[in-house]
Design a protein around this ligand. Structure first.
Ligand SMILES: [Mn+2]
Length: 482
């Protein structure tokens, strides 16, 4: 990456020095004949000439999209002229304008220019300026890719969650393309009631994926996932990948932004808007805020820099009452009945609540009940099992203090199904077919025994349960007494 610093005066020299000291290849452009002397110790080539007629090409400075031009001119009118010329000359590089005065009108006039009115001496500012230039480049690249196609498909892997849905509509909003030419599709199904509520209340249109979409859309993006996640036949060829999951091995797309340390893809999309000054609608802000909130478990998981910056921005723009309304859309009357079953079937040992619910309408029921039990006083472990869609689902919750739910799930179930998760929440899913020989019959007691036996070697409290033996069959619904 090359850096061209244009201007004169103290601030201009400081910026050129800062970048040169950091070993960036710097070229200085200045009318001031003493500039070469001032920068001589740093090996910075200097082009002398009047700023009013600055012309990079004529000065034999050819820049590409990786490069950065910084104009540091104190005189507001002159700075405007310089920026105007740079933009008119169509440089591929990102442009930053540094002014000591008020920069708002300049920013309005040139939305793609990063206008700053601070000294650029510290490490933090340097980082900020490079970061912003990189983001502006990224968004430009995204728009180029999108504009090269008549129709664009945004794919969500599996069941769309709030982070994926928010990222999809944020990407749509960023691309400056007719909304009718963009399709959001998912390969799973809309499960949780909150997600349905989110789609309804924020008017998010997303439809189930069909293979025919590949032919009708020239550019394909995926958000909150990576190409290797999909097992579609025929396999889509992805042009855009934006995600925060651990980087998986797979084909590299022309545009790839994968940040495994970031809490949510929503934070990455928020950054695109923030850094390019793109106006964000309240609808998109609300979706992104909710996506970030859910993926970071209410901002409790360790937050990366992008997450905090995004939260700060979104907090002021999102409709938090609407978010609350979405969050409260959790249960149907049917779900509530399972709470009754859970209360009757629960087994409490020391700080553990264990409950196997038997057949449930959806695995989400186990999640709701596990979260509910976690609120009990002096409880630090909750394990809830249920059978949905031919699978035995086990949901783990713990307080995370000297405990790791993900590891417990893995050690007990990874050998026979998919299992894993975070420190405080985890999940295992086992195809019932696969454990037919171990689950002697379909009755809840044998499944419960199976779960206890798998978990006992890994958790002391479950060994206690095991020692107690199977409890006598309990009613699954309250019985009325006279
Ligand atoms: Mn996510």
């Amino acid at each position: 990456m090359r850096v061209v610093v244009i201007g004169k005066g103290h601030r201009f020299l400081e910026i050129a020095r800062t970048f040169a000291r950091k070993r960036y290849p710097v070229t200085a452009v200045s009318p001031d004949p003493t500039t070469a002397v001032e920068l001589s110790s740093l090996d910075v080539p200097v082009v002398n000439g009047p700023l009013e007629s600055v012309d990079l090409l004529q000065s034999r400075i050819v820049l590409d999209r990786q490069d950065l031009v910084i104009a540091a001119v104190d005189d507001a009118a002159l700075l405007r002229t310089v920026i105007q010329r740079l933009v008119a000359q169509g440089t591929a590089a990102a442009i930053t304008a540094v002014t000591s005065g008020e920069g708002a009108s300049l920013q309005r006039e040139f939305p793609e220019v990063d206008v700053r009115n601070e000294d650029l001496r510290g490490e933090g500012e340097l980082h900020a300026i490079l970061h912003k230039a990189a983001t502006i480049r990224r968004v430009r690249r995204l728009r180029e890719l999108a504009n090269g196609a008549r129709r664009l498909l945004i794919l969500i892997f599996g069941n769309p969650d709030p982070d994926a849905l928010a990222s999809a509509i944020a990407l749509k909003g960023l691309l400056r393309k007719n909304p009718d030419q963009m399709t959001v599709a998912y390969t799973g199904e809309v499960g949780r009631l909150e997600n349905r509520a989110m789609m309804r209340m924020l008017s998010i249109s997303a439809i189930p994926y069909e293979a025919s979409m590949l032919a009708s859309h020239e550019v394909i993006a995926c958000v909150d996932c990576q190409p290797s996640f999909f097992t579609l036949q025929p396999a889509p060829r992805f042009d855009i990948v934006i995600d925060h999951h651990p980087r998986a091995i797979g084909p590299e797309a022309p545009f790839t932004d994968i940040r495994p340390r970031t809490g949510a893809t929503s934070a990455i999309l928020t950054e695109y808007y923030m850094q390019t000054g793109e106006r964000m609608s309240r609808r998109v802000a609300t979706a992104l805020y909710y996506g970030l909130k859910v993926d970071t478990n209410n901002f409790q998981r360790s937050l990366a820099e992008e997450d905090i910056a995004a939260l700060k921005f979104l907090y002021g723009h999102a409709d938090k009452h609407l978010v609350r309304k979405i969050e409260l859309s959790q249960f149907t009357a049917n779900t509530l009945d399972y709470f009754g079953i859970a209360l009757l079937r629960k087994r409490v040992v020391r700080d553990l609540v264990f409950a196997h619910l038997g057949l449930v309408e959806s695995a989400d029921v186990c999640v709701h009940i596990a979260d509910f039990f976690m609120r009990m006083n002096e409880i630090s472990w909750v394990i809830v099992g249920g059978i949905a869609g031919g699978r035995l689902v086990v949901v783990f919750r713990c307080d995370g203090y000297q405990k790791h739910a993900g590891r417990l799930a893995e050690s007990a179930f990874a050998a026979i199904g998919s299992a894993g998760g975070h420190r405080t929440m985890a999940r295992a899913e086992i195809e019932l077919e696969r454990v037919r020989d171990q689950v002697a019959g379909p009755s809840n007691e044998t499944v419960e025994e199976f779960l206890v036996n798998r978990l006992a070697p890994h958790l002391r409290q479950v060994r206690r349960l095991q020692a107690e033996g199977s409890p006598p069959p309990r009613p699954v619904a309250p019985t009325r007494t006279k």
